[in-house]
Design a protein around this ligand. Sequence first.
Ligand code: GLU
Ligand code: MG
Length: 449
Amino acid sequence: MGAMNSAPSRAERAARARLVASRLTAQGVDGVAVSWVDNSGIGRVKTFPVGQLEHAAEWGVGAAPCFDVFLLDDSVTSSPFTRGPDGDLRLVPDLDRLVPLAAQPGWAWAPADRYAQDGTPHPGCQRRFAARMADAAARRGLTLSTGIEVEWVVTDATGAPATTAPAYGMHRFADFSDYLRDLLRALGEQQLTVLQLHPEYAPGQFEVSVAPDGPLGTADTTVLVRHTIRAVSVRHGLRAGFAPALTPEGVGNGGHLHLSLWRDGRNLGTGGPGPYGLHPAAEHFLAGVLDHLPALLALGAPSAASYLRLRPSRWSGPYRCWGLENREAALRLITGSTAGQANAEVKCFDATANPYLLVGGVIAAGLDGLDAGKPLPGEVSGDPAELGTVERLPADLGETADAFEASVVLREALGAQLHAAVLAVRQAEAELFADRAPEEVIAATVGRY
Ligand code: GLU
Ligand code: MG
């Protein structure tokens, strides 16, 4: 049974914060940033001096409930549960994830859980949702090992890609030698284990992957990795962008989710009787993910620009199918070189996803497949575009929002309030960008993520 993600009490948090604050002061930290990711996938932050950490851990830092219905352009919509300017929530830093920021000397960062003023968890808290879903898997004796690949584009002061040197090229590596070294150092100093760092396909694009972790840890880590990339870029006079599409026709930034399912220390993705050694639980889980994918895109490909990326021949996985090492399939099965490495990669997701909603939603979909004993459909090998028979994933945000609205499984998992807030944001952004040219959608998205 995996450890339950229970939240510590107010008194425990305060006692802990006293110790953490004196350690931080000794380390030369002046301020603490507490962040959360909104339903549009944008990281939002409050900061305070280290001396306030104990108070912040005990009582939280104020933040308005209307952030639940913020759009990517900072305009505000409403949902049946969230409307208007009144009310208050408390951002409570998770001290277990608090870390000094290597690329922002003098600052530490922690992710926040959001509580109501009376100390009860806020039903719209995306981070608690991820923790609840990991617990739901643990109650079935399952743990998940997950990782989110981080792709980004580096631009210069003019907004142009900072390099047009070849994809995956040695030139790009040499041109960005100090930048990449500083990034490796900063990530390492923040206790993150980097697995790989390389120039990617699009102009100015790079990718980093870090060691797998549980779903909540992966979501926190993704926030920290992206923020570190941002901060290192700023120190080099550059900007990092995570938008799904950079040009209407080009390759975009993905945010692929890798996952494997484990029971009693055994990877259920290998050595079993199913396709490529899947154990029944892993097959059913992946079948559930595939089944719910159109609705899940509201959590994993949540912006209008996501659908400019989610097109054939970009390795973005725009087809609703699975295949061994198939980079055009939404679900790419990877057998790996050792039993521990077998995993599945959900390729259709991008970096505008709130990583907490993403991991939580995928677990909810997978557990539904598991509980129902769903089988995987037949494998697709080769380019689905050439077969002509494979279903495409939703073509725009409106279609995705409709699938999400109709999803009983995601509504029940998220709870009525969080489901309604996400739906309101998706519908409002779909409307905001209806009839807008791809160039305008991209211009409104680049620079926001
Ligand atoms: N950049 C591609 C995407 O948008 C992915 C390339 C790769 O397979 O790493 O998903
Ligand atoms: Mg990549």
